[in-house]
Design a protein around this ligand. Sequence first.
Ligand SMILES: Cc1cc2nc3c(=O)[nH]c(=O)nc-3n(C[C@H](O)[C@H](O)[C@H](O)COP(=O)(O)OP(=O)(O)OC[C@H]3O[C@@H](n4cnc5c(N)ncnc54)[C@H](O)[C@@H]3O)c2cc1C
Length: 485
Amino acid sequence: MKELETAFGKSLAENFSSEIQSSGFEVVDDLYARRVYSKDLWPRNLILDREASLPNDANIDAVVRPVEVGQISKLLKLANEMNWVVIPYGAGSSVCGSASAPSRSSAPKRPTLVLDLKKMDRIEALDEVSMVAKVQAGILGQVLEENLNARGFTMGHFPSSIYCSSFGGYLATRAAGQLSTHYGKIEDMVLSVEGVLPTGEIFATPLAPRLAVGPDWNHVFVGSEGTLGVLTSAWVKVHRSPQDRKFLGFHVASTPDALDGVRKWLQAGLRPAAVRIYDEEESKLLHGYKSGVKLIVVVEGDFPYVDFTMRELDKMASQLSGWENLGADPAEEWWAKRYDISYRQQQILSHRRMILDTFEVSTTWSKLPQLHLAVKAAAKKVSEGGLLVLLAHFSHFYHSGGNIYFTLCGRNPDEEGTEVFYDQVWNALLEACQEQGAAISHHHGIGRLKVAAFVRSHGVLYEALRKFKNELDPRRILNPENLGL
Ligand SMILES: Cc1cc2nc3c(=O)[nH]c(=O)nc-3n(C[C@H](O)[C@H](O)[C@H](O)COP(=O)(O)OP(=O)(O)OC[C@H]3O[C@@H](n4cnc5c(N)ncnc54)[C@H](O)[C@@H]3O)c2cc1C
């Protein structure tokens, strides 16, 4: 209450508390919670924290935990009356700053609340005939998957952050799981969304397998990163739990050779669950290869599907030059440790002057090899005088192209201003990517990190988007500054 008084003034804090208490909300406003919820996992914030440049206070005033949609509606109406900022928050695993509160210095101070959705964590319905489930936004990915598994189903969405990210966060950021080549990204899974507009009205889009009633509101809200509405639940496709899973590994002469073979698989209609190509540098540094590249494949589904897909993949690979079949081991090893690597970044980021981040871009097949080379060349150029290693693997594939997942690790050449070095590196990589006509994000989203490139990528449509945001959220209540809105 004391902390709320500082932010809202005594009478407003009392009013706020009684409003909230009568609605059954949980409100937390101690300094520890406020600091934790001020930020997500954007490495730039972690760097600033490490170098102690962040103010020793929190950027938010309270964390509010609703249990049902009506409370959110009420809160947003109140926020409009009182001119509060509200940041929708799943699990805070964004790596782009999209769930980080705006900094206090950048705008006149407005009371800022984090709307933590984790208490809305149920599977509301499972239609086993249609194989669709209605899921609340705040459920953690791993809990959702375990609950579906217990009923014989899977969602097929396995991001590396599955233990520390929420269903609503997936929707809001257009996330991708490791098995997206088979199951699709979240935007391929969602059939209908429910939520609350910034001014408090509750909405739901129709549930249908396909429809010719545009515009498609699902895709207005999916990927809007908490700026256009609070998503409270969605209907998504689910699948029967796989009967079988098989693994394959290859040594391939070069990245372009590997890409060419995988393109042939995908365009022949084959859909392995995961295919990962590690480029020459990553194969050498992380996997001990002396030459060439490592390629791994996972196939899952019903027995006949897995048998057929494995046979066809193998048959086509045997006709490709420069491909050597290594059996199941390399892919099985990856499977056993598939969630480990992401959590090691904290170790590197704890060292002064070090930067570490990941950059995931996508383009069509004909442009993938050149995009790979161009981003690598940009990294080399920007790191002159400093140290920067850029590893890459290709990990999500489609009929018309795929993504490249770069891991950048470097050391600031100067004693101070590591965030300045971080920004220089990012600007150079994003520009190189846009020069190649590629998408600046395949699954992490935009947040506060990629705003300039986001504005460029929208061209004249950015202004249209800004006008839309202003109509929907005239007082700029919801996650202001995110996406540059
Ligand atoms: C170790 C690690 C591994 C990762 N691996 C992957 C990966 O494999 N694939 C991938 O796609 N991403 C990955 N990420 C990024 C991150 O996990 C995703 O962006 C995830 O979708 C964010 O979910 P969250 O619940 O943590 O969202 P948050 O970080 O809490 O929020 C992200 C954005 O969504 C908005 N938001 C959250 N919930 C709602 C809601 N209910 N309504 C409206 N807006 C909302 C927030 O305002 C914010 O703008 C990884 C991150 C880490 C740290």
